[in-house]
Design a protein around this ligand. Structure first.
Ligand SMILES: C[S@@+](CC[C@H](N)C(=O)[O-])C[C@H]1O[C@@H](n2cnc3c(N)ncnc32)[C@H](O)[C@@H]1O
Length: 255
């Protein structure tokens, strides 16, 4: 594994150990284990309820066999997809997140949770998934090149007539890009200060934010053989961060 991906993985292993639900939905009042699990998982049902309406309106995916929730965390969305697809895969870079997903979702027998430490989706063959869904994930990658590598591979593993839904910030203002808490976390962690001390006592956490402008995302998707159905400004637009959710399909001649 390349060193920067290993470092990124370590950050998400720490977050998965320290406060997994808050690391997923980072509402200040839910920090330090204050998410009610029922409420947390209901938020996934609401989100997938909206997606079901989008699927109806867009007419994609044409089949409902396999869904991929990329960056699944503890399976908040994966389990909500279960009633809609025959088999749902949750993939994540963080072993503690995958362990928690398996433990919390034993009732969802058609959901499978898989650890992936690669900078792409090489573990899956081409054209595997009718739906690929990824929100609140690509924004945390280290570089635009890392985002581009996963997005291109999403298109490879998407089935013709499938639907890819992915959220990527389009612009992050400078003051949000400085991320002093993350930088200090990395420095002190490097000196051997335990993650729990950094998080609980010093209020530091290793969460990064990266953006990619909409024209670059569109160009990337088209180059990979996809067709962009919609790019919608999403809820993060209410903060200083501008973000888009892309609704994308793959024409049947793009095999
Ligand atoms: C903010 S959480 C969102 C979780 C989930 N998408 C949800 O909305 O409930 C981000 C998740 O992405 C995972 N992640 C970060 N980088 C990843 C990568 N390169 N590959 C797979 N998962 C990744 C993290 O471990 C974490 O579980």
């Amino acid at each position: 594994m390349n060193p920067s991906l290993r470092r990124h993985q370590r950050d998400w292993e720490d977050l998965g150990d320290l406060d997994p639900c808050w690391a997923i939905l980072a509402y200040p009042e839910r920090r330090f284990g204050r998410w009610d699990l029922g409420e947390f998982f209901r938020s996934g049902d609401v989100e997938i309820g909206r997606l079901a309406a989008d699927i109806q309106r867009l007419g994609y995916p044409v089949r409902r066999e396999r869904a991929l929730d990329f960056g699944c965390g503890v399976g908040r969305v994966t389990r909500a997809l279960a009633p809609h697809f025959r088999h749902c895969y949750g993939v994540d870079v963080s072993a503690p997140m995958i362990a928690a997903a398996r433990k919390l979702n034993t009732a969802f027998s058609t959901c499978e949770f898989v650890l992936n430490g690669h900078p792409d989706l090489r573990m899956f063959p081409r054209g595997q998934f009718d739906l690929i869904y990824s929100v609140l994930v690509l924004q945390h990658l280290l570089t635009r090149a890392a985002i581009a590598a996963y997005v291109s591979d999403f298109v490879r593993v998407l089935a013709p007539g499938g639907l890819l839904v992915c959220q990527i910030p389009s612009h992050i203002p400078l003051r949000r890009r400085l991320q002093p808490r993350r930088r200090l976390y990395g420095i002190l962690r490097g000196f051997g200060v335990p993650p729990r001390v950094l998080y609980n006592r010093l209020g530091l956490f290793p969460m990064r934010m990266t953006s990619m402008p909409e024209p670059d995302v569109r160009a990337l998707l088209i180059a990979a053989g996809a067709r962009v159905l919609e790019a919608r400004a999403d809820a993060m637009a209410s903060t200083a961060i501008e973000s888009r959710t892309y609704y994308v399909t793959k024409p049947s001649d793009a095999l």
